[in-house]
Design a protein around this ligand. Sequence first.
Ligand code: ADP
Length: 497
Amino acid sequence: RRALGSLGKSRAKFISAEESTGITFDDFAGQEYIKRELQEIVRILKNDEEFQDKGIYCPKGVLLHGPPGTGKTLLAKAIAGEAGLPFFAANGTDFVEMFVGVAASRVKDLFASARSFTPSIIFIDEIDAIGSKRGGPDIGGGGAEREQGLLQILTEMDGFKVATSQVLVIGATNRLDILDPALLRKGRFDKIIRVGLPSKDGRYAILKVHARNKFFRSEEEKETLLQEIAELTEDFTGAELQNILNEAGILTARKDLDYIGQEELLEALKRQKGTFETGQEDSTAMPEELKLRLAYREAAVAVLACYFPDPYRPFTETDIKSINSQPNMRYTEISGKVFSRKSDFVNAIVRACAPRVIEEEMFGVDNLCWISAKATLEASRRAEFLILQTGMTAYGKAYYRNQSDLVPNLAAKLEALRDEYMRYAVDKCSSVLREYHSAVESITDILLDKGEIKAEEIWDIYKRAPRIPQPAVNVVDEYGALVYAGRWGIHGITLPG
Ligand code: ADP
């Protein structure tokens, strides 16, 4: 084996090579099933010949997809670390340069480097930068160059026989929808793993991993505090959770304290949440317009929470005392939920549309601002989850069986289906807000006046509010969710072409 240091200088610029990553599956927490799947791959990588005798081969490519900061890079490094193999990493965006031919030759270099150290792991982060659909809109230019790079990846992956491959290619992307379907065919990235946002338990487990090298007063206190933070961090990524603990550590040191306490953690959480710092606690320092926007946002979220109540997650109170990119409404989580219906998923999408819809209603579509951005993102993530992960929509089963071969242009169709759900959700949400317009106004008034409002008062206003009847939105089934059968026939969606 050659030493990794012998990679040529020109290669070293865009390839980062590690003889051993030192990362293991213990470093990744939450979503245990992902680890189980990858552990299997590691076992095959380690006992290559033994498995080959049984006719079991390692996949050539594994594609990890999910939002940034959810630990995709970490997982790739853990696979290398667990299997004890060298790790060659590059970023898709580094392949695309203005000079013709660079992309293809860099791809060649990357594979050549990895091959001279087989068995080894290649990791291509942001693979969508080079592997997006051919013939699509040429965002950012460099289309021909990208295409050359993509073709080179396909050639390289087809070039080695599975039985003697010895190089596992791991790709990461947060845009599965724009990837060229050729990449997802058999013998290329034929293992696709979704790395999603962690659940509450997952968040607790991640916090625990990153608290390993931090000081707490006692083991019990640490547990209680981390549980509390896990409760308050819905929709946070692993990277954000790690930041909270690091920030809390810094605050603790700055205050000259020996142990991280509740105050430091909550302060760090607030910093991580707030994308806008007024520098002052009290809302009188906020621009009037922003206050008004916040009040409407919270009022809309409250009305939707009354309209589609979640018995396992009742809301408790909200305020306009701090400026966050996501709603301030607070909830308690009640355990005991056994299952979710499709309508629960759809209603959650509708609820998440409230900040965006109210802002557009009150301030106009050209006048939106960032305070509705995070909720809007959440709405479309939820729609994607429903379509891709639950098997409750027309494409669910097809997706599970095979990523792209069964249905031509699957990604485009999934995107269209997501847009359908989003359109329904936005329409339904604005219909609810119009019906309860007077409740929205009353809650807004109280928020502007007092700065906060509790659940009882919200319910009281909601129940008494005069309602303005609205026409029905689309076709609604008995649970209040969309009936696709009604539109596309009982066999589900008829795929054009
Ligand atoms: P991605 O590649 O998905 O953008 P990264 O792997 O770069 O995310 O994550 C950044 C950092 O966040 C990781 O190095 C790790 O410290 C932390 N992190 C993210 N997800 C997790 C997780 N599930 N468990 C533990 N740490 C995590």
